[in-house]
Structures are given as structure tokens and as C-alpha cells.
Design a protein around this ligand. Sequence first.
Ligand code: SF4
Length: 278
Amino acid sequence: MPRVSVSTLSNQFYCEMQVHLARTHSLRTESVELAAGAAGHAAFEAEAEEISPEEITRAITAGEPLELVEMPLSAELHGVRLVGRADRIHLEGRRARLVLEFKFSGRRELFPSHVVQVEAYGRMLEANSFNTERLLHCVAVLPRGRKVTDGLAADIAARALAAAGEGLSAIDNRAPTGQPDPLAGLTFRRVDDEAFGLWVFRHHRARAERDLAWALQYWSGQRAPEGTVSRGKCKACPFNAANLCDAAKAPPDGRYAVKRTEGRYGVLHVVQPSVAKR
Ligand code: SF4
């Protein structure tokens, strides 16, 4: 059975061809976004206390509230094993209340890949017999390099729950043709703080199912990978800079640094413009 991580699956909503080329070529990329994300997540994890699987099971059985950081999840969906670690999940016994994902970016914006990532965790919680009827999703975007203070994650979770308490209306169930747009018809509440931006929305099984079914068709071999139609994405694409994509819609940014390492398994190393030496 194919095994796919949630982050890889969500990247299909940026450009599926990039995901495909990453499987078929050895290419390493360096970017400010990747480095900021790794540092920010490490800081959030450092705040958490370790808890054993037995303690988690006991608390869930007792119906106690739990706030879990980096909770591993796994589920078989459409013939594919989906695996991932949610940044933060709030449970009350077997009721899933909140899925929270942190993004570290210079752009305070909600992207389709963000929505699919939390939808996937919601769907995996369902597959693991958690009740998701009142599940909320929250995507928190923090600026790159932001110093993470104690309790910031808890503050963000509280703000998300309060925002949802002010009301979220129904969402659109239109069936898609081709690649679905996870943002189309999504009703959310946005909170802007000096330190972060938040998007809060409800888990909706039909929407999650629609988005995941499309993405998993690629992994189960039902269709070929689709390239983005965005010229801007192709211009900024490291696979395009390395001349690996036949589906590119625009030439690559000429400032990319590309070098090929020597050896039996030659690896292409692509440095994105923001960190490339000019
Ligand atoms: S060049 Fe464009 S279509 Fe090809 S992988 Fe990159 S972003 Fe996708």
C-alpha cells in the first residue's frame, strides 16, 4: 500500500508535479521559509511535556481534556496509508475539538495546502474513531524569525475557540471537477494580532473527503500528476531552475543557484534566490 505523509499530500495543492518530481529526482532545496518553519516548530515542541501512550489512552477513556503536541496519526484512506503529526490537537475524551497548525511565513495568508493539511488530520481522527462533529480547524501564521514565548500556542488556541464562539456559518458543498479548490466556499473567521494571523473554520467531512480523494488518486495510480497553471509558481520553482519539469508554464527565476554534486548518486542542490549569493 502506498504510504504518504500529510505534508506531502498538502503540497499537491501547491503543485502536484513538484511532489511527483521530488519522488523521481534527488534534489535538495534551501529556502528561508523551510529554515524558519523548522526552527519555529522546534520551539513549540520544546514547551510540551512528554506523555506516554498509556497516559494518553487513560485520559481519552476517562473523557479528560488533552492538548497534544506533535500527535502521530495514521489512517488508511482510499487504499493509501496516510501518516502525519499534527502540531497541536485538543481532545475531550473521544471528542476532537481543535486541530491547530502553525506556519512561519512572511506572507500572512491562508493557502489551499494549509486547509488540506488540517482537513487531513480531521479525517484521520475520524478514521481513528474520534467524534469530529464539533471539530474546529485553526491555521496560525507567524512571521519568520518570530521569537516564540511560553504559552503562545495556548493563547492562539484560546483565541481560535473564542473566534469560533462568535459564529461560523455553513459552507459550500459543491462537487468539484478536476482539482478541487479547498478555499472555494470556505467560511472562516480571521483574527489578526500583532504577533500572528489566525484562520478558524469547521471540519466538514464532505469537503475533506473531496480534497483527499482527489489527492489520493495520484498515489493509487488512478491518474498522472497535474502541474500548476500558475506562471508565478513555475518561475519560483526549484525543479524548473534545475530544468526537470516539462510542464513548466514560465521560465525559472534566473537568480537560482543550481549545482550538481559529484559521485555515484548525483544530487542536484538548488538554493532559492533569497538565500543565494548574488
Ligand atoms: S515548473 Fe511549474 S508545473 Fe513544473 S513542477 Fe514547478 S511549479 Fe510545478
